[in-house]
Design a binder for this molecule. Sequence first.
Ligand code: FPP
Length: 239
Amino acid sequence: MLNKNNIPRHIAIIMDGNGRWAKERGFSRIIGHRQGAKRLKEIVQSASETGIEVVTFFAFSAENWNRPKQEINLLMRYLSNFLDKEIRQFDKNNIRFLAIGRKAPLPEPILEKISMAEEKTKNNKGLTVVLALNYGARQEIVDAAKRFANSVVSGKVNEDSLDIEGFGRYLYTANLPDPDLLIRTSGEMRLSNFLLWQLSYAELYFVKKYWPDFTHQDFKEAILEYQKRERRFGGISEA
Ligand code: FPP
């Protein structure tokens, strides 16, 4: 049973292994993404029911543009369908939607749907679902540094006023708590340029299953494992 007093506020997820899942079954990679999109919806429901505040999914990295054009186009189509269909459901379930990442070169119709989805759900007070799209953590940190430098040049702030918390407000994730738990599926054990700043003190959880096989139960097990960990944030154990 989950300890209701120790639920992670923010869970970040790297949904890895869609391609391998499909290949092992003799399907094209895109079938893996389609199944992956179904899992994403299920995990949103689990997160909402568990009382998590924020769940962030790595849906498309800044490096994913290097994939074959056909795969990119189909991923964009899934994303577009997702924004058309799921947002209404999110809104009914009091879920707020946000996207993080660089806008260019995402297609204009997708950017419009993202803005509409964010606007429609902005006052919802339940779970916040964040999609990282065209996202790269190093790019995010560079963008934040530029925005801060602009504020200094325009005289709005003084460079000496910058501290760690203040810098966080220049990131795409401003106003969101840092993730407490990172889940990565498919057995790969790396961060792949995902939320490098925000994951500084997160608990890392790697699971062998491919994302299209990741279920409610697997999600619960990740939280149970999190609840066994002792988080010290650089301090020492109290016992
Ligand atoms: C990683 O698997 C997954 C991605 C790069 C894309 C994730 C996308 C989805 C789950 C579906 C689309 C999302 C929405 C919101 C509709 P991989 O392709 O790198 O797998 P591999 O490592 O086995 O090749």
